[in-house]
Design a protein around this ligand. Structure first.
Ligand SMILES: NC(=O)c1ccc[n+]([C@@H]2O[C@H](COP(=O)([O-])OP(=O)(O)OC[C@H]3O[C@@H](n4cnc5c(N)ncnc54)[C@H](OP(=O)(O)O)[C@@H]3O)[C@@H](O)[C@H]2O)c1
Length: 518
């Protein structure tokens, strides 16, 4: 262990030019803020941002959607001058699309970018569980070809790829920080333990083409490709398209960068900040919070889960810190492939029962403190039920309500409240049951060993250990309050209608995916 008072992470990243994708997203913002606050001696940070309708130019989007985020409140309060100086002197925004070769840049711009990058951190992804298969493949899998190409052009620079612990799919038991084996269809592996994903790509492409040739309507085509993704994910051993395509992406980049400097960092379910920049800071409503929100709004009061299972939650600041340790390590020991998991499963296991009881009790008892989450006192307790029994019961209930609606000549646009309730419960079940009925525990021994190697100064400045979390305190004093304050829209300030995420069946949340689901 390095016992120096100086941070090894700071010194390894001093003078380095860091390229980050995904900074309009949740983790990307936390990462950027932490660099500005605690690694101000980097030579520069380039943000690869795609333009959108409102802000076609990357710099405009950065100023409007990133710099205005409440994540920067602390810096604005404590060192506004330093923040402004860093932005002016060290941040470069490049408009690019990582799914395109050369990120859609001209040869000259691409070469300039390559010569101005020492490490590539890829936090961009589609974390939507139900993304259309072709789209999910583009962003979560094939874009890694473009990143591997870029690394080579830039002189074999290190890549830090943010993946997810859930690439583990349907595997059970203790999940180590290594290559994940598909739990479904048998796939051949090579001498390096890497799987023949090329044959999967060919098979998937054939099926995508077949769907495109038969479904012409745009909306129906997207729905059909979403269904295809889910069916293929299930067949190969994953619960959803997102985690399946992230696993394919891991395999692709592992093959492309064999012998080069590559670190894959897999967070579990990422939730609000534990400590910094602000305890409770979060963006939108994340995977597990959707259940809490549905409970607070009295949409569901029972849910299928495995009480004895370990639900794996990790605060976003610990993930951001882990990314920085990983990036720093690539300069200390290059030409290695590493896989780390940033999670709480073995360091500080949180039982499903404890988790659900704690957060729901907090909202039930102190609902007045959380006006954006709960509009009135949730009357019922939240009850965890056995998954198989629950699904049978809810399907029976759906049949009964459907029949009753038909007898009353109700159309599908005018469904009874009862049918709407069972349908929204079934939707939530299908999305979240894999996460709430776990028979796996994620291990993070290698990440803990990395933290140990980086030393005592980094343990204080860039903590990554889930053992630091006091779960009761985190949920009761930090997370629920953070979700209410930062994650939810303040209705009094909303002028236009806010986007509604259908699967959560609530009316003032930002879309729910991993993040907003793993
Ligand atoms: N949040 C979690 O619970 C969780 C858990 C485990 C792992 N992860 C991983 O952590 C990483 C960050 O997740 P997050 O929660 O921050 O996700 P997020 O909030 O949804 O952000 C995703 C980011 O990816 C960008 N992106 C998506 N498609 C893109 C494209 N085609 N070209 C360029 N950029 C694109 C988005 O940019 P736009 O704004 O332009 O769409 C956004 O900046 C992901 O790799 C995810 O798989 C997240």
């Amino acid at each position: 262990m390095n016992n120096s008072e100086h941070s090894l992470t700071q010194s390894l990243l001093r003078g380095k030019k860091v390229l980050i994708t995904g900074t309009t997203g949740f983790l990307g913002k936390v990462l950027l803020e932490k660099i500005i606050r605690d690694i101000p001696d980097v030579a520069g940070v380039t943000l690869l941002i795609r333009g959108n309708k409102k802000y076609p130019k990357a710099m405009d989007r950065f100023r409007a959607e990133i710099l205005t985020s409440s994540i920067f409140e602390r810096l604005e309060e404590t060192d506004a001058e330093g923040l402004n100086r860093f932005v002016a002197e060290k941040i470069t925004c490049i408009g690019g699309e990582i799914t395109e070769p050369q990120f859609g840049l001209s040869d000259a711009d691409y070469q300039t970018l390559a010569s101005n990058t020492d490490v590539f951190i890829n936090s961009a992804a589609s974390v939507n569980f139900h993304e259309a298969l072709d789209q999910a493949l583009l962003i979560n899998t094939f874009c890694l070809n473009n990143i591997a190409d870029f690394s080579a052009v830039a002189g074999d620079i290190p890549v830090v790829q943010i993946s997810t612990c859930y690439v583990n799919g349907y595997n059970n038991g203790i999940i180590a920080e290594g290559i994940s084996k598909p739990a479904g269809i048998d796939i051949a592996a090579d001498a390096n333990g890497l799987y023949d994903v090329e044959s999967i790509f060919r098979a998937l492409q054939k099926k995508i083409n077949a769907v495109r040739n038969t479904v012409r309507d745009k909306e129906k085509l997207a729905a059909a490709l979403t269904d295809l993704g889910l069916a293929e994910a299930n067949a190969y051993g994953w619960g959803d398209t997102y985690t399946f395509t992230k696993w394919l992406g891991e395999q692709l980049i592992l093959k492309r960068m064999l012998g080069k400097t590559l670190t894959i960092l897999r967070p579990s379910v990422v939730e609000s900040c534990l400590q910094s920049p602000k305890p409770g800071w979060i963006e939108g409503v994340k995977v597990t919070d959707a259940i809490l929100l549905a409970y607070a709004r009295e949409k569901v009061s029972f849910f299928p889960a495995r009480k004895a299972g370990i639900v794996d939650i990790i605060p976003v600041d610990l993930v951001g810190n882990s990314v920085l340790l990983c990036a720093a390590e690539t300069f200390a020991e290059p030409n290695q492939t590493r896989i780390y998991q940033c999670c709480s499963g073995t360091q500080n296991p949180l039982g499903v029962n404890r988790y659900v009881t704690t957060i729901c009790e907090e909202v039930r008892v102190n609902w007045k403190k959380y006006p954006r989450l709960a509009r009135k006192e949730p009357k019922r307790k939240f009850i965890i039920v056995n998954k198989a029994l629950f699904i049978s019961a809810i399907k029976l209930a759906k049949m009964a309500f459907t029949l009753s609606d038909r007898l009353r000549l109700r159309s599908s646009q005018n469904k009874s409240k009862g049918l709407q309730l069972v349908e929204s419960t079934l939707r939530l079940t299908s999305i979240y049951a894999t996460y709430t009925s776990p028979r796996y525990v994620f291990n993070s021994d290698k990440l803990m060993a990395l933290a140990e190697r980086m030393g005592s100064a980094d343990k204080k400045l860039f903590p990554v250990d889930a053992a630091l979390i006091d779960w009761d305190k985190y949920f009761k004093e930090i997370h629920v309050a953070g979700l209410n304050h930062y994650g939810m829209v303040d209705r009094s300030k909303v002028e236009a209608p806010v986007e509604i995420e259908e699967s959560v069946a609530t009316d003032d949340v930002t879309p729910v995916q991993e993040g907003s689901p793993a």
